[in-house]
Design a protein around this ligand. Structure first.
Ligand code: FAD
Length: 462
């Protein structure tokens, strides 16, 4: 009897425990279910769908080299898989565990729905440690990042990655499969993703290339990671999000590079931390962890003036060059440098005084690495609403940040109308007396925005 491997954000063959376990038991049926029902309003955004299309195509090609293939089905995952198990007489369904609340529910529902004699086997492997398993002395999961990191580090290094299977036995007959093209995951009119293809190679071999390229630079990570003009970070986030490479593989590859890589590994652990948070607070993408913020006087996002300002932020037309460069990089490539994500998010929340959830939703739709745990923890961190977060009253100054982190080259790349400005004028053209045709004036002055934000915070406190 065959075993089904249910794939989600674990689209790889190496260090994939579900494949290893299924392959040891006999014929394997790898299946991906496009499920827009179970996550409801959390269904994948546009940029993620672009990535998914290419990642599935790559995985199917890799499977075919092993004598296998990828079966595609659509619908609510638990129902579709239970039906497939009946159809194929499968003895088991193997999957890598996921912690988004909708996936936890789906795993539970699937367990109930599978026909008798067909077991659901859940494996670990998308995180360095299973979320929820790193606990305090009293057995509680951590809420704050730094003690979480310290405790997790005690369990590192992770086990050596599992090798990819050399072949996979095919079932006697392949169950029918949808055509990937029929899922229409790619944009057509307009095709906003042309810049994505120039930037990314989704799939397991694309991920391996990124790691190889990064390993040589890993020792410079600490010095360069905050400089958006330099490619100083790994750009592994979408590959890690879709599980095209396991974090254990990344950990070992960077350790082998030698030198001081702790800062990088600490960043990698933020990814585990985000899952650890959503495992405790399933609603973290929607609910302030600090309840007083439920009464925060955000500006009304339905008000036409606020709506215009939010659109200016989305389109990179705020008059703050670093924010605009970041938002345009996001639109063009589906990714934004981490330092700039912090500045752009802070700008929306504190300069425009717009609820962080508006920004979280935009990132969800436009990031190729959009990840429920990481996106929510970072937005709540920036907003000051999270279990672990920056204080609201720490208001990032986008112009100072731009100078401090030497963003001139980055701004020239993404805001070409400012390209001719000098290094000193480009961070704040208006202050330098440069008014560029077509480039907007500042949507709000920094000082005024800061005072308004602090007053709103004081109002909430009282
Ligand atoms: P590197 O610096 O090379 O780090 C290596 C890996 O560690 C990353 O690929 C990522 O998996 C992980 N990582 C690094 N920093 C963080 C972090 N702060 N939080 C969680 N994981 C981290 N990251 C996402 O993967 N998905 C998101 O939806 C997401 N939303 C964000 C929203 C905001 C407002 C902010 C400020 C940050 C967000 N991040 C998110 C975190 C971070 O910006 C990206 O992970 C990072 O920029 C990816 O680039 P990289 O792969 O070159 O990272």
């Amino acid at each position: 009897r065959p075993a089904i491997v249910w794939l989600r954000r674990d689209l790889r063959l190496a260090d994939q425990a579900a494949f290893v376990a299924a392959a040891s038991a006999g014929p394997v049926i790898p299946v991906y279910v496009l499920d827009d029902d179970t996550p409801r309003h959390r269904k994948m955004g546009g940029a993620s769908r672009w990535w998914l299309h290419h990642s599935l195509a790559a995985l199917d090609a890799d499977l075919r080299k092993l004598g296998s293939r990828l079966v595609l089905r659509r619908g609510a995952a638990a129902d579709v898989l239970a039906e497939l198990a009946r159809e194929t007489g499968a003895a088991s369904v193997h999957c890598v565990r996921h912690y988004e609340p909708w996936w936890r529910n789906a795993e539970k529902a699937l367990k109930e729905a599978l026909p008798e004699g067909c077991a659901l086997e859940r494996h670990h492997g998308n995180y360095l440690m299973p979320p929820g398993s790193v606990t305090t002395g009293s057995g509680q999961p951590y809420k704050i990042y730094t003690p979480f990191w310290r405790a997790l580090a005690q369990h590192m290094p992770p086990p050596e990655p599992l090798p990819a299977p050399k072949s996979l036995d095919a079932p006697k007959a392949w169950p029918k499969s949808d055509e990937l093209a029929d899922w229409k995951l790619l944009p057509t009119k307009p095709d906003w993703a042309t810049g994505f293809a120039e930037e990314w190679t989704p799939g397991e071999s694309g991920a391996a290339e990124r790691v190889d390229a990064f390993v040589d630079k890993a020792r410079h990570y600490e010095d360069r990671r905050n400089l958006p003009s330099i490619e100083g970070t790994s750009r592994l986030s979408p590959h890690l999000h879709f599980g095209e490479i396991s974090p254990a593989t990344v950990w070992h590859a960077t350790m082998e590079a030698g030198g001081s890589v702790e800062t990088f590994l600490k960043e990698l652990v933020w990814r585990d931390y985000g899952q650890n948070v959503i495992a405790q607070y399933p609603d973290y993408g929607r609910a302030n962890a600090r309840e007083p913020f439920d009464a925060f006087p955000w500006r009304d996002a339905d008000d036409p003036e606020v709506r215009r300002e939010v659109e200016a932020w989305q389109q990179g037309r705020t008059g703050y060059p670093l924010v605009d460069a970041g938002m345009r990089q996001l639109w063009a490539t589906g990714w934004m440098h981490n330092r700039v994500r912090m500045v752009a998010a802070s700008f929306l929340i504190k300069h425009l005084l717009v609820d962080w959830r508006v920004g979280e939703t935009w990132f969800w739709d436009t990031l190729v690495d959009a990840d429920y745990g990481s996106n929510a923890t970072n937005w709540q961190w920036t907003a000051g609403t999270g279990v672990d977060s920056n204080m609201f009253v720490r208001i990032m100054a986008p112009l100072t940040q731009s100078e401090k982190f030497d963003a001139a080259g980055y701004i020239r790349q993404w805001v070409p109308e400012l390209a001719d400005l000098s290094d000193s004028a480009i961070h704040d053209p208006e202050a330098a007396g440069k008014f560029i045709k077509g480039y907007p004036r500042k949507i709000i002055a920094h000082k005024q925005a800061r005072e308004r934000a602090l007053a709103a915070y004081a109002a909430m406190k009282s």
